[in-house]
Design a binder for this molecule. Structure first.
Ligand code: COA
Length: 131
């Protein structure tokens, strides 16, 4: 997948989660696992969706993903969330991940995808987001 920094120089959405890539999160190349990034993205989306659902949510679907560049140890990882739509019980959002190397001034996009969350009650049944 090609990525053009000139065409997409800034993140879309609101900064919801920011963390640091640590040695324990890396593969043998010294870069973080894709699954670790997906975990951060799911956390970020859940934080945003819970605000809208005003309560418990669960992840019902995740879109496809391409990783555009590696995330090194020490990189600051930022997850941005843009709410795309809100249905009866579902909340669809786009999560973008950007990384900033400690010795650089700008951050670069790593990946993005859509997550869908569903508002659920204490029994795990769907509920309207307005309740
Ligand atoms: C999420 C869950 C409660 C939904 O139950 P369900 O019987 O499919 O509910 P519904 O068919 O009424 O769908 C609820 C909403 O989710 C949406 N939805 C369901 N499956 C979807 C999918 N694959 N992609 C996108 N949206 C989906 C529906 O369109 C509906 O949206 P709306 O209410 O805004 O119109 C149920 O599938 C579940 O518990 N899944 C496991 C979730 C989980 O454990 N996630 C963590 C990862 S293991």
């Amino acid at each position: 997948m090609q990525f053009d920094d000139e065409q997409d120089p800034t993140p879309s959405g609101e900064l919801v989660l920011q963390t640091l890539a640590l040695p324990k999160d890396t593969n043998s190349n010294g870069d973080v696992f894709g699954g670790w990034l997906m975990y951060q993205m799911d956390l970020a989306g859940a934080i945003a969706a819970r605000e809208i659902a005003k309560g418990r949510v669960t992840t019902v679907s995740v879109g496809g993903m391409s990783f555009l560049r590696p995330v090194p140890v020490g990189g600051t990882v930022s997850c941005y969330c843009e709410i795309l739509s809100v249905g009866r019980s579902s909340i669809k959002c786009c999560i973008e991940v950007w990384v900033k190397h400690y010795n650089r001034e700008t951050q670069q996009k790593v990946t993005e995808t859509e997550f869908v969350y569903v508002a659920i009650d204490d029994a795990g049944r769907t509920r309207p987001v307005s309740c």
